[in-house]
Structures are given as structure tokens and as C-alpha cells.
Design a protein. Structure first.
Lengths: 485, 455
């Protein structure tokens, strides 16, 4: 119990700090002279008071966090923040149920970006800013989680960076102290966000839209300020900028940092997680755009390429901003895009899914098994970019893939059981667990998740949450060994 | 010359052996292992001192104060470096040579620059042996290929086969066969004995022929003496020790390599270091394994473990199972003489390879390169001629006028950037680099003296 209270104590601090985020919508409300300021002020105060109170009450349980407590902390952080973030939403939109509000805030914090709200264009600016801030904070949280917490636990696709062999490049550990590393990565994240916002402004968005979309692109969250998402702007330049930043956000931020600090782009070449997704995405864009064009969706290939590459990159990087209703494309295209969303994001990025590293491990492991059949006496350790990956890591990746797959299947069945059609069910779960956003059919890019029943929404919320915290983190809390002293 | 050798491992022993054979040298050896020292003293005429090779007191006991050359050959790079450093600081020893294995050190030239580490010359036996094998592999058919004049001239030995174009013909026709090429036959050994050669000497099958050639002409000359063999693509290496691993690393980008290692830990390590090599855990003399890994389609099988016997047996087995060409590392000189039949194509003697680079520093006169040949009996040296026509016995003279000891011959001259094959009427200039073949290394001192400029 002691360690539980220790975790709660830390959670109090997190909560108190979370109140700072309310400043963004408050400032927005002030700038636009909106009356929607009160809920945010109240929310900030509530958050701060509650956080400090919890902190004070559990002061005597204050201990150093054990690696094992991190599971609990990560899980509780996401749940509690999502719950408390519903408050401004529900106060401003009295018709919204807690289920819908919780879905919306979890969608933000998990950087999924699927929404239950329609009529985004008419919402108060402060509320749209609140949604965008949630996903931006979520992205930040994920980066920290990836570099600071998950490696300690040996999961999260960062296993490579804590391999036992000395001498190998440990790019992820940029500084001797984790807190310092996290800080540096935040700078990179914030810097890139600012750059993206400036670019978008220069491309013709107004500042408010530019900031919200920069938040959406860098966190790969996809909360737009318009129902038509990026399609609203009808600007190839904006789409191009967003494409570039989405690809950047889907790469390991540690790689960005190293490349920036040393000033050598060659760093990207050495990161296998950067190279492969670009290859897959590049080929996919060409093939899918030809496929879509041949089905006469668009009059010419270049138009087809424009829409396909934006939506494909957006989905593959698990962002979810759209500029066309790809629900009307031949089914191969959106399905392939959803498939890519499983495999294209790097560890240490704000993207979701299986992560490139794990995919590479799986592929190499399969090749290795076949190699062993031909050369029974060969000694062939698994290597990625010349770096050794220990068997322990391979097993943990295999276990992760299994859990990820089973979780998806079980949740899909839950949706089917609730009466949703097959395509919608599968696409909704895949899009949610990968934190991509829009699915197909009733949850397609042209509609919202608002049409789903409460039960279905909770299933999707669970999928987003599980996918975000890497399945393991939550499921481990349900094992008896975790709680045994 | 007073020489102090630290460490009597394989390299140290053979260095002591080979240096002590020259009467001009006084050799002292130091090692921590007393039995090894006693055993060495029983066989060769050296002074032995037991103790830690980097301790000043031990070095003093070994007479470092008036030593001309310190050769640090212990197993530890660090001990070798420290010994050299101490020799310079405390005793001003003029020449300090150290064996340094780790590429961590050797890849940073600034460490060995003037005023840095007190190591004048470093040698890495594994690297020398690896380079030697790489040379052999790139010239399939050759028994030995060594460089002179920074690689512009190469000396190679080859066993003539009946399918060579020149075999059965007198040497005179070589010029017609290879017009415009820079090649010269240096020596021919028939049934293990040197024969006198002139233009009428007819090359017979199984003759062992030494020749020099400009680098680009080497392959053509090889083809004259035995049918041109296809380039080596598939290589099987037995033994993942220092040499095997290094060879695999050097060649794995350009060749298909399989490396067989018996020790699981070392196999594991090799597999971690190597990127494109198939590392196999097993015994190189395991017939099943060799067959399973298609030894019959291997271009070269190289047995490079530490154990001579295992190397020889594995290589013979591989040959029988169909490997096109087999090589074996053999440390013991007595074994390598036994191997002089058809069962193993190339016998590699690490000692012979390593000793050459040491000898170059020990020799009097301006000897810049020494290669030991025929298991140390013969030698080829590169020597710089100094002085003027007045002070030197060779400058300004034609080669036919120079009195060389028996069995010695000038085979090529590197003059500036150019390479000249030696002829009777070639005149020698000052600062020429002469490449001299010596069938009997005992005459090496006489040769060096001749070119030194003393009358």
C-alpha cells in the first residue's frame, strides 16, 4: 500500500502541473474576448488545489519510485488527466455526456485525434485550443515516457537502447541524467512545433489555426479546428508543410536531437527506424495513388497523388488529419493506410502502433529462423543496423506483438457484439489502438465517432488508452504477481 | 648489435631465434615465464632474464643501458608501450619497436608521432598475416606475394604447372610472351634446390619460381606459369581467432565468407562483430559440417586456428572434400617443411611473415624492407644505395660488374616513381632502391655492407 500512496503523491504533483496547460485556452479566450473563459479558470484552480491537496495528504508516503511503480504511475496519469480534462468540455457543452467527453479528452491525451464533436468550426476558440493542447501535452508525455520510463521497464520499442553490449551507440540516452534528456527532447519538440506553426502561418493560415494544427501535426494527434479538417484550407502548400512535419514527428526525437546538435543529417541514415518507414511510405504513395486514379476517383494522377499522399502519410504516421473523404476510395487504399499505421512510427516519437523497431525485429527474427534451417550450426545473433539485439528483447517483442494482436481482436469482437458492422469495427479498433484517428464507414473521415453508442465509445476509449501506454503497462496491473509483496 | 626482446611467445621466440642466428647480434630476452626462458636458452644462444618486462630494474638487469634495439613483443599492448616509454625516458634506447594489436591504438597515428608514445615502430603480427593472406587471395595460384617499394613492385613465388604457357620453354622466350611487361625471374628452385638460371634455363613442372613484377603485370606472369585461376569468391575460414576474424572482417564485403569456430563464446563474439559472414559453430575437421556447408564449391579453405595439427588436418580434409585451394597456418617450422607436397596448397608461416618487418630495423645499412622467404632460409630485401661514385662500390656501375655473394642477385630497381627490372647492363644511381634476392640469408650482412658505401 505504501508504494501505492507514493504513486498517488507523485500523481498529485502531475495534477498540479497539469493546471498550467489551462493557460493556453485561457489566453485564447482573452485574445478572442470569449465568455468561455470561466470553465478553464475554474478547471485550472480545481486541478491545482486537488493536486496540491493530494500531494500534501500523501506527503509522508513520499518515496523514491521503484521501476515497478512506473506502470501504475503511467496508467493512472493518463486516466486521471483524461478524467479531469473532461470538465471544461462538459461545462461548455451541457449536452455532452461524460462518456463522450472522456472519449474526447482521452483521444487528445493519447494523440489519437478521433472526435465525437461535430460543428467544430462553431465551437469557441478556447475549446478548440483546449483540445489541441491536450494532444500536444499527450505527445510530450509520450516522448518522456518513451525515453525516461519505458526503457527502465524494458518495453516500448526502446529496448534497443538499453541492450547489454557495451560500446554500442546509445543515442537515446543523450545525457547522463534522464531528467536532462527529457528536457532536451522537450526543447526539440517545442522548437519543431513553433517552426511548424510559423510555416503554416506563412502558408496562409491564421495564427490560431496555425498553432492548433502545429500541435496536431507534431503530436500526431489530429484535432483540427474544422469539421473538414485540413480539407477546409484547400491549399497544397499547407498540406505539404503538414506532411513534412508529420513525418518528422513520426521519427525518434532523439535522432532529431542528435542530428541537430552535431549538424549532420547522416545521423538519419544510421537510424534504421528513420529509413524503412520512408521507403514503405514512398512506395505506398505511388502505388496507392495509381490504384485510386485507375478507379477514376480523381481526374488525373497528380490530383490523386496529392490526396493519397497526404492522407496516407497522415494515417501511416498515426496522425489522422485528412483532406479528403477516403471512405469513397476503393477499399484497398484505406485498408492499406490503416495497415501502415501499425508499422510506420518510430519508438521515441509521438506516433502509435507496433513501432518500426519491433517490426524490424519481427522481420529479422523470421529471416533468422529460415537461415537457421539452411545452416543448422550457424551462430546468427539478431542485429539491427549492426547493433546486437539480445534474445530477451526478441522475446519481449514477440510477447508484445501477441498481446497487441489479441487486444485488437478482443476489442474488435466487443464492437461486433455491440452490433457495429465489420468494416467499422475493425477499422475503429485499428485506428484507435494505433492512435491514428479516423476509421471507415460509420467512423470514417467524413463522420465522427459521435454516432457510436456509449458502450462502443468505451471500447474505443480502451483501445486508444491501451495502444498509447503500450498494452503491457496496463495489463501488468491485472496480474497477481504485480501486487504480491 | 645489441638487441633486447621482451616476451617469448610465438613471435618473440621466432624473433630471438632468427636474430640470434646472425653472428653480429647479441640477443637478450626477458619474460615472466622462467620455464619458457630456460627452454629457449637450451636451443639458442641468448641471454635470458626473468621478470616483469616493463619494470626498470628488470630492464636494467637485461642490459638495457647499452641496448641498440628494444623489441617489445609481450602479449599486452600496454606493457609493450610502457616498456618503450621507460626505455626512452630512462635509458635513451635508440630504436624501440613494439607489438601493438589493438586497432584502437594503431588506427590513431598521432599516438605514435614524434613526441607522443615512445614507440618508433609498431608491428601487429595478426595484421601482417591478414594482409599476407589477402594478397594471396587476390592472386590465386601464388604461394606468396610480398610488396616492395610501397607496393609498386611485388615479389611472388609460384609452383609451375604443366598448363602454364611458359612451362617447358626456356626463360628467353618470356620477353616474347609478355612484351612490354616488367617482370623478371629471380630464382628457380627445383626439387627444393636452387638452380643457376640464364636465358636457356627451361622451366619444368613443379619448379618453384620466384619472380618480381610491377603490380599490374603480376597476374599475367602468374598465368605464364600455371593456368589462370578464377578469382576467389567463396571463402571458408576455419578458426575465429585474431587472424580468422580479422580476415573475415577485411573481406566480408567483397567475398562470401563462412567462418567455422569451435568455441561457442568466440563464435558468438565473431557473429556479433561480423555483418555479412556466416558464422558456424563447430569443428573445422567435422566432415558432415563441411559437406553440409558445401565445401566442394569453396574457392579457398583457410585453416587459421592456433593449433598447427588441427589446421593441417582440416585443410587436408577440405581438399579431399573438394575445396579448390586450401591454405593452412603452420607455426612450427618443422611442420611446414613436411607440408611441401600436394596435400596442402599454401602453407602460411606467421613467424616468417612477422620476422621480416623486424629484420628491416636490425639490418645495417639502409635496408628499408625485408621479406623472409622459404621458411627463413632465403630473403628478399629492399636496400637504398647511398654515396657517390667515389665512395660507393656500386654507384655508377653496371649490375654485371658488381660482385655479389653466391646466391644473391639484384632483381629490380625502384628509381623515384619508376620501376626498372634489372639487366646485366643496368647502371646503378645514388638513392636507388635495389630489390635483392638472397638464396642464403647468411650473406645478408655482406650485401648490406656492399651497398652501405664503405670500402
Amino acid at each position: 500500500m505504501r508504494s501505492l500512496f507514493g504513486v498517488v503523491h507523485l500523481l498529485g504533483s502531475v495534477l498540479a502541473m497539469f493546471s498550467v496547460l489551462y493557460l493556453l485556452p485561457i489566453i485564447t479566450a482573452l485574445v478572442f474576448h470569449e465568455r468561455a473563459i470561466t470553465p478553464f479558470l475554474e478547471g485550472a484552480v480545481l486541478c491545482l488545489v486537488a493536486g496540491l491537496l493530494v500531494r500534501a495528504l500523501t506527503m509522508r508516503f513520499r518515496t523514491d519510485l521503484k521501476p515497478r511503480d512506473a506502470y501504475l504511475l503511467v496508467t493512472l496519469t493518463w486516466l486521471v488527466l483524461a478524467a479531469i480534462a473532461t470538465m471544461p468540455l462538459m461545462m461548455l457543452m451541457p449536452s455532452l455526456s461524460f462518456t463522450h467527453a472522456f472519449f474526447e479528452s482521452m483521444s487528445g491525451l493519447s494523440t489519437t485525434g478521433s472526435t465525437v464533436l461535430a460543428g467544430l468550426d462553431t465551437l469557441p476558440h478556447a475549446l478548440n485550443m483546449w483540445r489541441a493542447s491536450l494532444s500536444w501535452l499527450g505527445g510530450m508525455g509520450i516522448i518522456v515516457m518513451a525515453v525516461a520510463i519505458l526503457p527502465l521497464l524494458g518495453i516500448g520499442g526502446m529496448e534497443m537502447y538499453r541492450s547489454e553490449t557495451p560500446g554500442a551507440v546509445k543515442d537515446a540516452q543523450l545525457t547522463p541524467r534522464i531528467a536532462q534528456t527529457a528536457q532536451l527532447l522537450w526543447f526539440v519538440y517545442a522548437g519543431l512545433t513553433a517552426l511548424c506553426a510559423v510555416c503554416l502561418r506563412a502558408a496562409g493560415m491564421r495564427w490560431f489555426d496555425a498553432i492548433c494544427h502545429a500541435f496536431a501535426a507534431l503530436s500526431l494527434g489530429a484535432f483540427s479546428t474544422h469539421d473538414a479538417s485540413v480539407g477546409y484550407f484547400q491549399s497544397p502548400l499547407i498540406e505539404l508543410i503538414l506532411m513534412v512535419f508529420m513525418l518528422i514527428a513520426a521519427m525518434n526525437f532523439a535522432t532529431h536531437f542528435m542530428a541537430l546538435r552535431k549538424g549532420e543529417p547522416a545521423n538519419y541514415k544510421r537510424d534504421p527506424e528513420a529509413k524503412w518507414p520512408l521507403v514503405w511510405i514512398g512506395i505506398s504513395c505511388v502505388v496507392v495513388s495509381i490504384h485510386v486514379w485507375l478507379h477514376n476517383v480523381y481526374p488525373d494522377w497528380s490530383t490523386s497523388l496529392r490526396y493519397v499522399s497526404f492522407n496516407l502519410i497522415s494515417l501511416a504516421t498515426t496522425c489522422g488529419l485528412v483532406n479528403a473523404d477516403y471512405g469513397h476510395w476503393p477499399v484497398f487504399a484505406p485498408m492499406w493506410m490503416l495497415f501502415l499505421s501499425c508499422v510506420c512510427a518510430s519508438s521515441g516519437s509521438t506516433g502509435g502502433g507496433i513501432k518500426v523497431f519491433r517490426v524490424l525485429v519481427l522481420v529479422k527474427q523470421s529471416l533468422r529462423e529460415m537461415f537457421a534451417l539452411v545452416h543448422p550450426q550457424a551462430v546468427a545473433p539478431l542485429k539491427i543496423a549492426g547493433q546486437l539485439v539480445s534474445n530477451r528483447v526478441v522475446f519481449s517483442v514477440l510477447a508484445f506483438i501477441f498481446l497487441y494482436f489479441i487486444t485488437s481482436v478482443v476489442l474488435t469482437f466487443a464492437l461486433l457484439l455491440s452490433g457495429l458492422d465489420f468494416t467499422s469495427s475493425v477499422s475503429a479498433i485499428v485506428a484507435s489502438i494505433n492512435n491514428a484517428g479516423p476509421g471507415l464507414n460509420v467512423v470514417g473521415p467524413g463522420t465522427t465517432y459521435g454516432t457510436l453508442s456509449d458502450l462502443q465509445l468505451w471500447v474505443c476509449t480502451a483501445a486508444m488508452f491501451l495502444g498509447r501506454v503500450e498494452v503491457f503497462t496496463v495489463l501488468i496491473l491485472f496480474t497477481p504477481t504485480f501486487w504480491r509483496k | 648489435m645489441k638487441i633486447l626482446i621482451l616476451g617469448v611467445g610465438q613471435v618473440g621466440r621466432s624473433a630471438a631465434n632468427s636474430l640470434a642466428r646472425e653472428p653480429a647480434n647479441e640477443v637478450t630476452v626477458v619474460d615472466i615465464n622462467e620455464p619458457a626462458l630456460r627452454e629457449l636458452q637450451d636451443r639458442i644462444d641468448v641471454r635470458a632474464v626473468a621478470g616483469n618486462a616493463s619494470y626498470p630494474s628488470v630492464l636494467e638487469a637485461a642490459g638495457i643501458a647499452d641496448t641498440d634495439i628494444l623489441i617489445a613483443l609481450t602479449n599486452s599492448d600496454e606493457v609493450n608501450i610502457v616498456a618503450c616509454q621507460i626505455a626512452q625516458l630512462l635509458y635513451r634506447t635508440p630504436t624501440r619497436i613494439a607489438r601493438i594489436r589493438a586497432a584502437e591504438y594503431t588506427s590513431r597515428p598521432v599516438l605514435f608521432a614524434e613526441g607522443a608514445l615512445a614507440v618508433d615502430v609498431w608491428i601487429s603480427p595478426e595484421e601482417l598475416v591478414t594482409d599476407y593472406i589477402v594478397h594471396l587471395l587476390s592472386n590465386p595460384g601464388a604461394l606468396q606475394v610480398v610488396d616492395f617499394a610501397d607496393g609498386r613492385v611485388q615479389l611472388a613465388s609460384v609452383r609451375a604447372r604443366v598448363d602454364g604457357l611458359l612451362v617447358g620453354k626456356p626463360l628467353r622466350v618470356l620477353r616474347e610472351h609478355l612484351p612490354g611487361s616488367d617482370v623478371r625471374v629471380a630464382a628457380i628452385y627445383r626439387d627444393g634446390r636452387l638452380i643457376a638460371i640464364d636465358g636457356d634455363t627451361v622451366i619444368a613442372e613443379t619448379d618453384e619460381i620466384f619472380f618480381v613484377a610491377a603490380r599490374d603485370d603480376l597476374k599475367n606472369m602468374l598465368a605464364e606459369l600455371r593456368r589462370r585461376e578464377p578469382a576467389v569468391r567463396r571463402l571458408v575460414i576455419a578458426g575465429g581467432g585474431n587472424i580468422g576474424l580479422r580476415l573475415a572482417r577485411t573481406l566480408e564485403k567483397t567475398h562470401q565468407i563462412k567462418l567455422i569456430e569451435r568455441d561457442p563464446r568466440r563464435a558468438r563474439k565473431a557473429s556479433e562483430i561480423l555483418q555479412n559472414t556466416i558464422v558456424l559453430l563447430g569443428d573445422a575437421a567435422d566432415e558432415e559440417l563441411l559437406i553440409e556447408e558445401n565445401i566442394d564449391s569453396a574457392d579457398v579453405f583457410a585453416a587459421l586456428t592456433n593449433a598447427d595439427e588441427a589446421n593441417v588436418m582440416a585443410a587436408m580434409l577440405a581438399k579431399r572434400l573438394g575445396a579448390r585451394r586450401v591454405m593452412s597456418l603452420v607455426n612450427r617450422a618443422s611442420y611446414s617443411e613436411l607440408m611441401d607436397n600436394r596435400s596442402i596448397d599454401v602453407v602460411i608461416s606467421p613467424q616468417t611473415i612477422t620476422i621480416g618487418s623486424l629484420l628491416a630495423h636490425v639490418r645495417r645499412g639502409d635496408v628499408v624492407r625485408v621479406h623472409s622467404l622459404r621458411r627463413g632460409v632465403a630473403e628478399a630485401i629492399e636496400v637504398v644505395v647511398h654515396g657517390s661514385a667515389d665512395t660507393s662500390r656500386v654507384i655508377g656501375r653496371q649490375i654485371s660488374e658488381i660482385e655479389l655473394p653466391p646466391g644473391a642477385s639484384i632483381v629490380a630497381i625502384a628509381r623515384g616513381e619508376a620501376v626498372v627490372m634489372a639487366h646485366k647492363d643496368t647502371r646503378i644511381d645514388a638513392e636507388d632502391h635495389l630489390i635483392v634476392f638472397l638464396a642464403d640469408r647468411r650473406h645478408v650482412d655482406a650485401v648490406a655492407r656492399l651497398f652501405q658505401g664503405e670500402r
